[in-house]
Design a protein around this ligand. Structure first.
Ligand code: GDP
Ligand code: IMO
Ligand code: MG
Length: 423
């Protein structure tokens, strides 16, 4: 069936970009529906590495229509630099369209992201400091500036001036920062507006008509289930809805128009930023996984926290996004680690639970219950068929499938497009 959603199942960086890129090769339309340039997706195609933040991955396919949906927050400067970067590599962006309703990340959002994180001190969230949270705050508060405003010079100038009166008070009086100059912002952003205007439109009827025609549509997820503002480890989350429900709101379609929800997981768990992480390995095994898996942020370069695979988390993602299958990436990274552990459940107040808890207080009481599995030393990065994988790898994958009650449809054994084993 033609419409597919790709969802991160853990805390992000599961390798969504690779699956999105593979599926985008066959898609007529690729849509980003939430988040902004806090996302960092690495794609390796034809020997070239692409690091995308806002640009839908379908851009590499010249026939694909790429939509930045209404649910995305856009830093115009970052988007333009991605457009320029693509054009420099000979990749056309003429098929990119941006929804007029998408909100704009303004310089004061970036400033306030940094200042509020600093003010939180030890309790900081560890945001990407890209202004994501403050932009979604303004959207909910109904003072946000949208792409339709950015490309309307008079309205844009009026909204910037209106907003800055309050933002400067916050910057200066609440956080002790330096106030910002409205004229300077208006002048800078007017240049961005001129360049972005041709891309801005109402994308929702275009998407609807494509789905009606039976086109292959791919909704590319950013962030992940446990970073969802409602279902994640609040407040250590992002400010959007990375679960499959967010796709509908962020692109203007209804849930009956989604055919498949594909979850992306890693064969272990990582997290960048602060917040709880039950299976975290703060030891040499965690460091070995970080080194072997190059677990350093695409976006901020921060070392990612690493830990064992957690089946409670994947089950939670299966349930909250209605996942129809899962891709298990980076299984190759686990070679040579020794015995492996899978968290099969949590022990909470002496009782066993299989459900990811709703509060940090309850999560803090949860102790992972592990099952030990045999590891392997073989390099599996060139293997193409499941049956050819060492027995220990097969057992590891099948046990995860059984525990999480979901079909593992592909196993990632390397960063390249062709390094997937399909089942
Ligand atoms: P995303 O944010 O979910 O798209 O993931 P990132 O791109 O931030 O991080 C995933 C990293 O793992 C990237 O560097 C990918 O190239 C790489 N990757 C993806 N799948 C595999 C895999 O199966 N094996 C290995 N070794 N690397 C992979
Ligand atoms: P991709 O799409 C991993 C994390 C940040 C921080 C929290 C809030 O590459 O998987 P924000 O700047 O969004 O307000 O930060 O969310 N975070 C991510 N972690 N991968 C991402 O995206 C992330 N996007 C946000 O580290 O903990
Ligand atoms: Mg990433």
């Amino acid at each position: 069936m033609p419409t597919k959603v790709v969802i991160g199942t853990q805390w992000g960086d599961e390798g969504k970009g690779k699956t999105i890129d593979i599926l985008a090769g066959k898609a007529d339309v690729v849509v980003r529906t939430q988040g902004g340039n806090n996302a960092g997706h690495t794609i390796e195609a034809n020997g070239v590495t692409y690091k995308l933040q806002l640009m839908p991955s379908g851009i590499l396919n010249p026939k694909t229509i790429c939509i930045i949906g209404n649910g995305v927050v856009i830093d115009p400067k970052v988007l333009l630099s991605e457009i320029d970067g693509m054009e420099e590599k000979g990749i056309s962006t003429k098929n990119l369209i941006i929804d007029a309703r998408a909100h704009v990340i303004m310089p004061y959002h970036i400033e306030l992201d940094g200042l509020s994180e600093k003010a939180r001190g030890k309790g900081d969230i560890g945001t990407t400091k890209k202004g994501i949270g403050p932009t979604y705050m303004d959207k909910a508060e109904r003072s946000g500036i949208r792409m339709c405003d950015l490309i309307n010079p008079d309205k844009f100038a009026e909204k910037v001036r209106e907003n800055l009166v309050i933002k400067n008070k916050m910057i200066e009086l609440v956080y002790g920062g330096t106030p910002m100059d409205a004229d300077k912002i208006i002048a800078e952003y007017s240049e961005y507006a001129k360049r972005l205007k041709p891309y801005v439109t109402d994308t929702t009827p275009i998407l609807y008509n494509k789905i009606k025609e039976g086109a292959e549509v791919l909704f590319e997820g950013a962030q992940a289930t446990l970073l969802d503002i409602d279902l994640g480890t609040y407040p250590y989350v992002t400010s959007s809805h990375p679960v499959s429900g967010g796709v509908c709101i962020g692109s203007g379609i209804g849930p009956t128009m989604i055919d498949e929800c594909i979850g992306i997981a890693k064969g272990y768990t990582t997290r960048v930023g602060n917040g709880p992480f039950p299976t975290e390995l703060d030891d040499e095994i965690g460091q070995a996984i970080r080194d072997k898996g190059h677990e350093y942020g695409t976006n901020t370069g921060r070392p990612r926290r690493c830990g064992w695979f957690d089946a409670v988390i994947l089950k939670y993602a299966v349930r909250t996004s209605g996942l129809t299958s899962v891709v298990l990436n980076k299984v190759d990274t686990l070679a040579g680690i020794g015995k492996l552990k899978i968290c099969v459940a949590y022990k909470k107040n002496g009782e066993i639970t299989y459900d990811f808890p709703p509060t940090l207080e309850e999560l803090a009481m949860c102790e992972p219950i592990y099952e030990e599995m045999d590891g392997w030393d073989e390099d599996i990065s060139g293997i193409k068929e499941f049956d050819k994988l060492p027995e220990a790898v097969q057992k590891y994958v099948l046990r995860i499938e059984e525990l999480c009650d979901v079909k593992i449809s592909a196993i990632g054994v390397g960063p390249g497009r062709e390094q997937n084993i399909y089942r």
